[in-house]
Design a protein around this ligand. Structure first.
Ligand code: SAM
Length: 251
């Protein structure tokens, strides 16, 4: 049985496609996708030798070597253009994830890929921004709590009307806030437009914790009398207030 986090990722993967799971570790996700019959074939990519060997063993133990190819390499470099429909990347930071996606894109590895399922551990904003800039429609996202940790899963699709759909998604007109557009868009990119619309308790909890962290930093800056500290402090205060305003809209 998959963890709740991996199950949520699996739920987003479209049925009947070829999937590549990058940074697959023990290849739990592709093994599940094949065993459940959801995916037709899979590639597990791993940079490091330990997890690569573990994934190989997992594929063999599950009798899936015909359907699951395990490849060692950096990010999307393990893929040939056009050989996969869905790319999943989970359990790493958003900045590394964006780096992997962008390097892969430049090498043509995303050509023919129609769907991305991404679960950044932190730095979700970097991933959302990259998707937006690259014209991937953020079709859905979800937030969940497991073992005391909060995870976000992003589901992006390549489709002709992606730009128009994203424009609507990020215009924030559903929020009763009279901020300027770019401030609103910035916060939507950070907090997740679908997640804000859904307004779950888990989202609220996540951002209460974030505010606590920001407060801590702001207080530490109060102790500093460096000339730039005052304006930084104000920026933090303004940021906290903005997040709180959005949280108020959730209820
Ligand atoms: N995706 C699995 C999950 O979500 O449960 C495993 C997550 S594990 C914390 C991250 C994995 O990514 C590690 O096994 C690591 O070796 C691999 N990794 C890190 N950087 C990578 C890269 N540039 N290319 C491929 N794999 C990478």
């Amino acid at each position: 049985k998959l963890s709740k986090r991996l199950q949520r990722i699996a739920d987003y993967v479209s049925t009947g496609g070829r999937v590549a799971d990058i940074g697959s570790d023990h290849a739990l996700l592709p093994v599940y996708l094949l065993q459940s019959g959801k995916s037709r074939s899979a590639i597990a990519g791993e940079l490091n030798a330990g997890p690569y060997m573990a994934a190989k063993k997992q594929a063999a133990d599950a009798n899936l070597t015909a359907l699951l190819e395990v490849r060692q390499g950096d990010g999307l470099a393990v893929l040939k253009p056009g050989e996969t429909d869905t790319v999943t990347i989970a359990g790493m930071g958003g900045l590394l994830m964006r780096e992997i996606l962008e390097t892969g894109r430049q090498a043509g590895k995303l050509e023919g890929v129609t769907e991305l399922v991404l679960q950044p551990n932190v730095g979700e904003d970097a991933v959302r921004l990259w998707l937006l800039e690259q014209g991937w429609y953020l079709a859905n996202e979800s937030i969940l709590e497991e073992d005391g940790k909060i995870y976000e899963v992003l589901h992006a699709k390549r489709q002709p009307d992606a730009e128009a759909l994203n424009a609507k998604l990020y215009d924030g007109s559903f929020l009763p806030l009279d901020w300027d557009r770019s401030a609103l868009k910035g916060l939507l990119i950070r907090m997740g437009p679908h997640l804000i619309r859904e307004g779950s308790e888990t989202l609220e909890e996540k951002w209460r914790l974030e505010i606590e962290k920001l407060e801590k930093i702001r207080k530490q800056m109060s102790a500093s009398d460096l000339p730039e500290a005052a304006s930084k402090r104000e920026q933090f205060q303004a940021d906290i207030e903005r997040i709180e305003e959005v949280l108020k809209c959730l209820r």
